[in-house]
Design a protein around this ligand. Structure first.
Ligand code: CO
Length: 212
């Protein structure tokens, strides 16, 4: 891979901005004061999974939160702040949790190696592993185990988004909001729908439901 200096990034930025203007002279004026994205994307921090780019969305169209292995812990102030702003202020209509096959974070969570502090973060995925221990262990090679755990992790994080007081409040008020679980493949650049959509309180386990 060619080495790009920070100075070159400024040059690239200038070229990008002028290209945008040549295609649409009003582009930056329109986005200066308001953002009205209909989507919140929760994805992995992996550099090979750039949210806007893989769904061909322009600036202003996607509100984005990314962390290692796209997890939504119940009390992560950072992730919850993003969800609250997206749901209550931007009023996004879709929240998409997007994992990706061959995820390094998921691979690390699957093993028993010491990775330092990040093991505490990866414990969120180890929870998913524990809950699906027999299924994962029945798979005979590590690569396929990683990919299945990626899928199961996405499904779990969709549930975690739904469980938040923020999303439950929105649904109670009748706000239209669907949470989706997708997995991106680094191999072919395509996204697969895990078909784990959630759009009502009834789909949440009763233990987590908040009704009044
Ligand atoms: Co990843």
């Amino acid at each position: 891979m060619t080495k790009i200096t920070p100075e070159e990034l400024f040059e690239r930025n200038k070229k990008w901005a002028s290209k945008k203007l040549s295609l649409d002279p009003d582009f930056f004026n329109r986005l200066r004061d308001i953002q009205e994205p209909k989507y919140l994307w929760i994805g992995c921090a992996d550099s090979r999974v750039p949210a806007n780019e893989i769904v061909d969305m322009d600036p202003g169209e996607l509100f984005v939160h990314r962390n290692v292995a796209n997890v939504v812990p119940h009390s992560d102030a950072n992730c919850l702040a993003v969800i609250q702003y997206a749901v209550e202020v931007l009023k996004v209509e879709h929240i998409i949790v997007t994992g990706h096959y061959n995820c390094g974070g998921v691979r690390a969570a699957l093993g028993d190696q010491d990775h330092g502090q990040i093991d505490n973060w990866l414990a969120n995925i180890k929870d998913v592993l524990r809950n699906n221990f027999d299924e994962i262990n029945a798979i005979d090679n590590v690569d396929d185990q990683v990919d299945r755990l990626v899928e199961l992790n996405v499904a779990q994080q969709v549930k975690n988004v739904a469980k938040t007081s923020i999303v439950q409040n929105a649904w109670r008020k009748g706000q239209e909001l669907t949470i989706h679980g997708w997995v991106y493949s680094l191999q072919d650049g395509l996204i697969r729908d895990m078909n784990v959509d959630m759009n009502s309180i009834d789909q949440i386990h009763p233990a987590y439901q908040i009704h009044t």
